[in-house]
Structure formats: structure tokens, C-alpha cells
Design a protein around this ligand. Structure first.
Ligand code: SF4
Length: 234
């Protein structure tokens, strides 16, 4: 039985997918997004090892709160790095009649990822940047892979929500946000586009870990300012 490396869990979250959800944060991430709120999930060696059965036993205690929309979201870190484990977990959750959502950058591809998607009801796809140069510079990842991952969800007809963090002076121009919207609309399986405001509440984590926060000097974006920008999109 594969064991997963788990960073932490949140028993009833309301922001990572539909309804009330049990959110599982996987340990380990190959990316280094400049606005990352969870640098403590980066190291692959950290976290706590658990089996899928152990997690399912924790989840089922909350099943009555899920209602018809809720369920489980696996986030990270980057959950695709532990695709086999998450596949086993999702299979077991489906056996309990529980909805499964995967919150991912979409940075990985391959057979294991495809198998995982077969057991995923919803993908929360974090479209971080919209050019290969920006993706490499600000997230240290391969944008081509992300687009191929999105294509795969389209081919497999898996509903996706596209999410995008808007950072002041980085990607908060209307042109940049319009580009995200245009890309999102290329996917007929896209059910929702969510723009999320950057905030710098994670500074303390970086200080504790004694690593520099690249956006230390960037101010948070208010929800009102973001709503105003979104209202101007075509
Ligand atoms: S993918 Fe997520 S966990 Fe990984 S660096 Fe980016 S924001 Fe942080």
C-alpha cells in the first residue's frame, strides 16, 4: 500500500471547490511561485506519512457536512507529485460516495496523472502565468506542460475551475487578465473562472523559515479592487 506524505488537513474548508470540503494538503512541490503562501509544503521529505485508509477514516467523520455539493479536495504542495497515492485515495473516497477535487498547477503529465484524472470529479487548475517566459521566471515551471495538462482535462471531459492569482504590478493589467479569461474560455469543460487577490499574509512563514519572500514589498490587492478589474473584462 502506497503511503502519502501529508503536510496538513483542514476539516471543513469553504474556498477550495464547491460546498464544504475536507482539504488535504500534500507535502512537496517542484515549483517556486513568487507568491507562494505555503513554502512549508515545498520540501519532499517533510510532512507526515499516512495511508489512504487512514485518511478516508478521518474524512468519513465529516461526510454528513458535505451535503450534495461538498467532498474532498486534495491540494498542496503539488498533488500530482504523489499521483499514485492520490489515485488510491480518490478510488476509496468514490467507494464511499464522496466527491473528489484536485487542486493543482497541472505541471506534470504521464500515465499516472492520466489514471488519477480518471478518478477526479473536478480539477481546480491554477493557471499561474500565461507565457512560457513568465511561468519560468515567476514559478520556475514549464508552461507548455500546464497547457498540455489542461488539454488532457478537455479530452477526458473533466470539469475544471480555472484559478488565477492577481498580483499588483505583476499581472494586474486588464490585458493580462483578459488573456487569462480568453485562455480559460478555450476550454469547453471550464465551469468557473476565479480571480484571486494576492495577499502578503504569508510573510511570517518566510521569516520563520528564514528565506526571503520575493514579494515582500508588494501590497495586498483588495477584493474591491479586484472586483473592479474583473468587471471591466470582456
Ligand atoms: S505550486 Fe503552490 S505550493 Fe508550489 S510553489 Fe506554487 S503556490 Fe507554492
Amino acid at each position: 500500500m502506497t503511503k502519502g506524505r501529508i503536510h496538513s488537513v483542514q476539516s471543513l474548508g469553504a474556498v477550495d471547490g464547491p460546498g464544504l470540503r475536507y482539504v488535504i494538503f500534500m507535502q512537496g512541490c517542484p515549483l517556486r511561485c513568487v507568491y507562494c503562501h505555503n513554502p512549508d509544503t515545498w520540501e519532499f521529505a517533510g510532512g507526515q506519512e499516512m495511508t489512504a485508509d487512514e485518511l478516508v477514516a478521518k474524512v468519513v467523520r465529516f461526510k454528513t457536512y458535505f451535503g450534495k455539493d461538498g467532498g474532498v479536495t486534495v491540494s498542496g504542495g503539488e498533488p500530482l507529485m504523489q499521483a499514485e497515492f492520490v489515485t488510491e485515495l480518490f478510488q476509496k473516497l468514490h467507494a464511499q460516495g464522496i466527491h473528489t477535487a484536485l487542486d493543482t498547477s497541472g505541471i506534470l503529465l504521464g500515465e499516472k496523472v492520466e489514471k488519477l484524472l480518471e478518478h477526479t470529479d473536478l480539477v481546480l487548475a491554477d493557471l499561474k502565468f500565461t507565457t512560457a517566459e513568465d511561468y519560468q521566471q515567476f514559478a520556475k515551471g514549464n508552461y507548455g506542460h500546464v497547457r498540455q495538462f489542461l488539454e488532457l482535462t478537455k479530452k477526458m471531459r473533466i470539469p475544471i475551475w480555472i484559478r488565477h492569482v492577481v498580483v499588483p504590478n505583476m499581472n494586474d493589467s486588464l490585458a493580462s487578465m483578459q488573456e487569462v479569461k480568453d485562455i480559460a474560455e478555450e476550454y469547453p469543460n471550464m465551469r468557473k473562472l476565479e480571480f484571486l487577490p494576492f495577499h502578503n499574509l504569508c510573510q511570517e512563514k518566510y521569516d520563520t523559515m528564514q528565506i526571503p519572500f520575493p514579494l515582500e514589498k508588494t501590497e495586498s490587492l483588495s477584493q474591491e479592487a479586484l472586483n473592479e478589474l474583473v468587471s471591466q473584462l470582456k
